[in-house]
Design a protein around this ligand. Structure first.
Ligand SMILES: [Zn+2]
Length: 384
């Protein structure tokens, strides 16, 4: 099979983030089996999804992991001109389908080179690590990276996460975490606002605290010009229906907020200061209303940022494999920070443009797909 044939197959599995990925996992496993490549799985609890990982080459230290996710984002409500789950040649040099760019193009580049990896006398091993549920919060990045570290006796050294980067090496990305905060106030006639505790009023105070916190970080000079914007952003994007009538004090309010950290800030530190502020508010308001409470739960797991120093070996290697020396950073989060935290020297580099991801008529250019394939072939040569 050539790379386009493999990509056609991969995009035909309409596995969205959160859904069972057994169909695509099975196909990839059959493909690996046909090449006599032994693979292993990291399943979820009920066995409805599984990560696939394997090693090709000798069990020695210093290998490299090629990693990507098997899930895609939904197509519902998007104005597609073609069937999103059928790879369609647009006649314009581009191949259209959901996931063609994010990121089954990279998976196809890896898989098409697998027969060569098997045949080559690799001195260092190449690993595949394919995850699920990336699109709903990078849920398997950490467990998969840690699994590979502990599963094999030897110690792999490098990881390339093939998110679409137009084959530019990316050494930094922001982190993300999303919380849901619920405030519990006391109901009453709106004229009694000085005697009761309005959940909406207290929630608003908390949201303003979040904005002030972001501004404080900027004023303190916590900036990183590799990113746009160059600071950690803190933002409330969804205030749920709160209150029951204009003239009734609201007894409940809830909202979602996110922190997108630059590498030099820590979301856990910001969260701790947030908790301290909320605890102070609880103390003050409990005098009026003893049951006053503020609860905050994680809505999207804390995905760490990526900050790979440019003098690491992986950076020299990826420059050699791509021929691209200019390094980049991105403001979206990916599994790269998780692999880095698990001990891999990690970069993002893959075919396709992130600008085409997650939207109608997603595509990958044939030229990019070929470059992705070329990069993997050069890796095989390099490790031979
Ligand atoms: Zn992706």
């Amino acid at each position: 099979m050539n790379v386009t044939e493999i990509l056609s197959k991969l995009v035909s599995f309409d596995v969205l983030g959160g859904q069972s990925n057994l169909s695509i996992a099975q196909w990839i496993e059959d493909y690996l089996s046909s090449l006599d490549i032994e693979f292993n799985n990291l399943p979820n609890e009920d066995g409805s999804k599984r990560c696939i990982f394997c090693r090709i080459g000798p069990p020695v230290d210093g290998g490299l992991v090629l990693s990507g996710h098997t899930d895609v984002v939904p197509v519902k409500g998007q104005p597609w001109n073609t069937d999103p789950f059928v790879l369609t040649d647009g006649g314009d040099g581009n191949l259209y389908a959901r996931g063609s760019c994010d990121m089954k193009g990279f998976l196809a580049s890896c898989l098409v080179a697998a027969p060569e990896m098997v045949k080559a006398k690799l001195k260092k091993p190449i690993y595949f690590a394919f995850s699920f549920d990336e699109e709903i919060g990078c849920l398997m990045g950490t467990p998969l990276a840690e699994k590979i570290m502990s599963f094999y006796d030897e110690k792999p050294n490098f990881a390339i996460i093939g998110e679409p980067s137009m084959m530019q090496p990316i050494i930094g990305h922001k982190g993300i975490v999303i919380y849901k905060t619920t405030v519990n106030g006391s109901a009453g006639h709106s004229s009694r606002i000085r005697n009761e505790v309005s959940a909406i009023h207290e929630a608003s105070r908390i949201i303003l605290w979040l904005e002030n916190k972001m501004n404080q970080l900027i004023e303190k000079g916590q900036l990183d010009n590799r990113f746009e914007p160059p600071h950690t952003s803190i933002h409330c994007g969804l205030f749920e229906k709160s209150g029951i009538a204009p003239n009734v004090i609201s007894d409940s309010a809830s909202f979602y907020w996110d922190i997108r950290v630059i590498p030099k800030d820590k979301s856990s530190v910001i969260k701790q200061e947030f908790d301290e502020y909320c605890n102070a508010l609880i103390k003050i308001n409990a005098e009026k209303f003893p049951d006053f409470d503020i609860q905050t739960v994680e809505h999207h797991p804390d995905v760490p940022p990526l900050d790979t120093p440019d003098d690491l070996e992986i950076v020299a290697l990826i420059r050699e494999l791509t021929g691209v020396t200019k390094l980049g950073s991105v403001s979206y989060a990916a599994e790269a920070g998780q692999f880095s935290n698990a001990g891999f020297q990690t970069v993002i580099c893959g075919p396709g443009d992130i600008a085409q991801a997650h939207r109608a008529n997603e595509f990958i250019s044939k030229a990019q797909l070929m470059e992705g394939e070329e990069m993997i072939r050069r890796l095989v040569k390099k490790f031979e």
